[in-house]
Write a protein that binds this ligand. Structure first.
Ligand code: MGD
Ligand code: MGD
Ligand code: MO
Length: 655
């Protein structure tokens, strides 16, 4: 174990568990029981001692005066401190009463993305042992891309990020690593240092523009046309990967028939990209192999996002980049993948209903037989982060009993009847995998829990003690970790290795290297159906697309009330502002078909003229809350949340 201690000062190896692709290996310096420094663990093979500014700021969050340190109950609209016994007795009592009167499915367990560690499986297991409650299906995050790539590849597997050191060129397709995955930055710089071209494809001008040689700014939601145009160029000149296509692919003819429906000019016009840039894309793929394509999450946020993702896969296949070191189309990894799936305890439940996460407000409101009587939320802030916040808030407000477990009193906690204060990862023992790399890392407790905070693990252990299934659930943490990590331990990895630092999972550096795909024919499958009329384009009475992306300084909605500026900021192109007689810095009304919000206008000549750009994550009660504007629908593939199918207009404040 690399955890060291000297008189009064200790250094603990741990891993950032926050909802971020980077999953930094960390060393926490503890003095007199307090974390005084969080630095990168130089021994982490991917993050290599580097750490982002948000990790350093995390210490402030842990010790924030706004953090809740004891259980709370809402009484006549006011929060009152209560003890754990009281809180847990009340929750258990309510659960038993609801089970008796309505059945277990009248309870919704909402598991969010705030912390995705091994022990989180047991939260779900608790509810399965209870009988099986209503849970979620679909995703606010990455479901669409994964399901779309599954159609092409059989099972989506990304290249190990370190394999991109073998890439001669790279296309960042709707991804912003400078902000969201900075462990990729040295790898990208290395490609450029070796003379390779790096292209960003993003309708927005993000911080990652500076990382790239070229920036292609397609019309939002219309990447399918761009990928098709580049593929067409390659095929028309006979430069495609003949052997790969004939031996390892099926459906190319059908895909070519799709391409035949459009001329290059039409495709270029539909994605609003100059033909010169389409040539650049095709030439880079052909002249600088291998080319890695890295997909981001912004691409998922469309109803027909699979058209874009599948066309990008097709482009990579046609150019001969699939299954090749340094190539491929990569995105995420299975953060819950390394654990024994039995840990979730699905086999233990006698019943269970699922509601669609991307439409959770609507789903709760219309749930019948039984209706939703209770919601238990952990590691999430759905009122703020799920689409159509007003509807989500309405659904929570009409629910008889809501329990929220978290760190701060956010928008969702405001609708709770009981608030349970949880520990941060610095106060926890656990293990975490990543959705951005192939390592599993230790979460070693650096400090004692603050105040009365307890981990989710401990909360569900204590709650289980109030039910007849306690004997099957109440066990020491180490036993559970051993069980959940069974698949790894059986490969010869030891607990000592995992608690000592990051361990690489048994995952390929280069997926599909043998040219075989886990599809029925073992071949890569091209998309066969494409209905271009389904892709967003019609701007009718709302002239702008609202693109709400990650904030550079915060993860999700993890911020405190006092962190907020008084108003959300929206960026538009100065020419559009001039057209509407709006000024930089002015307060405007941002109006969509589902809601309205005030925001401060920032003019930005680097943005497209058809988009309004803002960050996601600001709280509604702080005057932000972009999801007051977003529509709640579900993507056609992968049950994802098409947040960006939201059109808005900007209006001056009257009077
Ligand atoms: N600082 C910070 N880092 C984070 C997070 C955070 O909140 N803050 N969140 C983490 C999480 S949960 C996730 S899922 C990841 C997300 O990581 P990223 O995917 O890198 O980030 P996003 O901002 O979601 O989307 C990336 C880009 O997609 C672009 N985009 C939107 N629509 C389209 C389109 O139609 N076509 C193309 N080509 N591009 C499009 C957006 O303009 C945006 O710049 O980041 C993780 N890291
Ligand atoms: N408009 C718009 N909205 C979006 C997106 C978008 O692109 N545009 N992207 C979406 C994406 S990618 C994501 S991942 C979702 C995120 O949506 P959510 O998961 O609902 O939201 P977070 O803001 O990540 O909230 C996590 C909360 O969990 C708490 N927490 C952290 N660790 C723990 C723990 O161990 N236990 C408990 N009980 N609580 C903990 C944190 O303090 C925080 O309050 O939002 C989505 N929302
Ligand atoms: Mo996410």
């Amino acid at each position: 174990m690399r955890n060291k201690s000297a008189a009064g000062k200790r250094e603990i190896v741990t891993t950032c568990t926050r909802d971020c692709t980077n999953t930094c290996g960390l060393i926490a310096t503890v003095e007199n029981g307090r974390v005084v420094r969080l630095r990168g663990d130089p021994n982490h093979p991917f993050t290599r001692g580097r750490v982002c500014h948000k990790a350093a700021k995390f210490i402030k969050r842990v010790y924030s005066a706004e953090r809740v340190l004891s259980p709370l109950r809402k009484e006549k609209g006011e929060w009152k401190q209560i003890c754990w016994e009281e809180a847990l007795d009340e929750i258990a009592g309510k659960m038993k009463q609801i089970k008796r009167d309505w059945g277990t499915e009248a309870i919704l367990y909402y598991l969010g993305y705030g912390e995705r560690t091994a022990l989180k499986l047991l939260n779900v297991r608790f509810f399965n042992l209870f009988g099986g409650v209503t849970t979620l299906m679909g995703s606010l995050c990455g479901g669409t891309g994964q399901a779309s790539q599954d159609l092409d590849l059989g099972c989506r597997i990304s290249h190990d990020p370190l394999d991109h050191y073998n890439s001669a060129s790279m296309i960042l397709w709707g991804r912003n690593p400078v902000t969201t995955h900075f462990g990729l930055v040295p790898i990208i710089n290395d490609i450029r240092k070796k003379g390779g071209t790096v292209i960003l494809v993003d309708p927005l001008a993000t911080k990652s523009v500076a990382l790239c040689d070229h920036h292609i700014q397609p019309a939002p939601g219309r990447d399918a046309f761009l990928a098709m145009a580049a593929a067409k160029l390659i095929l028309e000149t006979g430069r495609e990967a003949h052997v790969f296509l004939s031996d390892h692919c099926e459906g190319l003819d059908a895909y070519c028939r799709i391409l035949d429906r459009f001329s290059l000019d039409e495709l270029a016009e539909k994605c609003d990209v100059p033909k010169k840039q389409i040539h650049l894309l095709a030439d880079t793929l052909l002249e600088q192999p291998p080319t890695a394509i890295l997909l981001g999450w912004g691409l998922h946020r469309w109803e027909y996002a699979h058209y874009a993702i599948r066309s990008i896969d097709a482009l990579s296949a046609i150019s001969g980049n699939i299954g090749v070191p340094g190539g491929g189309v990569s995105q995420g990894f299975e953060e819950y993948g390394p654990y024994d799936p039995e840990g979730w305890g699905e086999h233990l439940a006698s019943t269970g209903r699922k509601l669609l996460m991307p439409m959770i407000g609507e789903e709760i409101l219309k749930a019948k037989d039984p209706p939703i009587k209770m919601i238990f939320v952990t590691a999430a802030n759905p009122v703020c982060m799920a689409p159509n916040s007003r509807k989500v808030a309405k659904a929570f407000a009409k629910t008889e009993f809501v329990v929220a477990a978290g760190h701060f009193l956010d928008d969702t906690s405001d609708h709770a009847h009981i608030f349970l204060p949880v520990t941060t990862f610095l106060e926890e023992t656990d293990v975490t995998a990543s959705f951005g790399n192939n390592y599993i890392g230790p979460v070693n407790r650096a400090i004692a829990p603050l105040g009365q905070c307890k981990s989710d693990f401990e909360i569900f252990q204590l709650l289980a003690g109030r039910f007849s299934f306690a004997g099957e659930y109440v066990r020491p943490l180490e036993d559970w970790l051993n069980e959940l990590l069974g698949p790894l331990l059986s490969q010869g990895v030891t607990m000592e290795q995992i608690t000592g630092g990051a361990v690489r999972l048994n995952a390929p550096m280069v997926p599909y290297a043998n040219g075989k795909f886990p599809t029925p024919s073992e071949k890569f499958r091209f998309m066969r159906i494409f209905k271009p009329e389904k892709l967003s384009g019609n701007m009718d009475e709302y002239p702008y697309r609202l693109i709400s992306v990650v904030a550079h300084d915060y993860i999700g909605s993890e911020r405190t009330l006092s962190d907020h500026k008084p108003m959300m900021s929206v960026r538009i192109h100065p020419a559009e502002a001039a057209k509407k007689k709006l000024r930089d810095g002015q307060t405007v009304r941002v109006k969509s078909e589902v809601g309205e919000l005030r925001a401060r206008l920032t003019l930005d000549p680097a943005q497209r003229r058809d988009t309004v750009v803002c960050n996601r994550g600001g709280w509604i009660k702080a005057g932000h809350g972009v999801n007051l504007l977003t529509r709640d629908l579900v993507s056609r593939v992968g049950m994802g949340a098409p947040y960006f199918e939201t059109k808005v207009d900007l209006l001056p404040i009257e009077g």
